[in-house]
Design a protein around this ligand. Structure first.
Ligand SMILES: [Zn+2]
Length: 123
C-alpha cells in the first residue's frame, strides 16, 4: 500500500516537472520571438500601400500624406535639426566591470580590479 502511494507521488512529481519544463520552453520561445521582432530591421511603410495585416509597432512607421489622411487623423510637423554622433566603446573586464571609452585602445586598466585588460578591435 505504501509502495502504491510512493509510486503515485513519484508519477505526479515527474508530471509536474515536465509541466514546468513545458512552461519554461513556452516562455523561452515567446521571449526569443520578442527579441527577433525587436532586432528585425525597421521597414517604412507608405500609407498608400498599407497591408491588410498591420505590422508590429517595432517594424512599422507610417507616413500619411495630408490629402490621403482621414479627417480625424492627426498629422504633425517637427523641426529638423542637425545632430552630432560619436562612437563610444563599451569595455568589459573579466571581473564583470563595464565602462565606456571614446577611444579605441587595446590595453585599458579596469577601474574595479586594477588589472590590465587586453582588447581586440571590435569587429
Ligand atoms: Zn576588472
Amino acid at each position: 500500500m505504501g509502495q502504491t502511494l510512493s509510486d503515485g507521488s513519484r508519477a505526479s512529481h515527474a508530471a509536474s516537472q515536465s509541466q514546468r519544463a513545458a512552461i519554461l520552453r513556452t516562455r523561452l520561445m515567446s521571449w526569443l520571438r520578442q527579441v527577433r521582432d525587436r532586432l528585425a530591421p525597421t521597414e517604412y511603410v507608405n500609407a498608400a500601400d498599407l497591408p491588410d495585416e498591420p505590422l508590429s509597432p517595432y517594424r512599422a512607421r507610417l507616413t500619411v500624406q495630408k490629402e490621403q489622411a482621414p479627417d480625424d487623423f492627426e498629422t504633425g510637423e517637427r523641426e529638423v535639426v542637425a545632430g552630432e554622433m560619436k562612437i563610444i566603446y563599451q569595455v568589459r573586464c573579466a571581473c564583470g566591470k563595464r565602462w565606456f571609452n571614446p577611444r579605441c585602445e587595446n590595453v585599458q586598466l579596469c577601474p574595479r580590479c586594477g588589472r590590465a585588460v587586453l582588447l581586440r578591435d571590435p569587429a
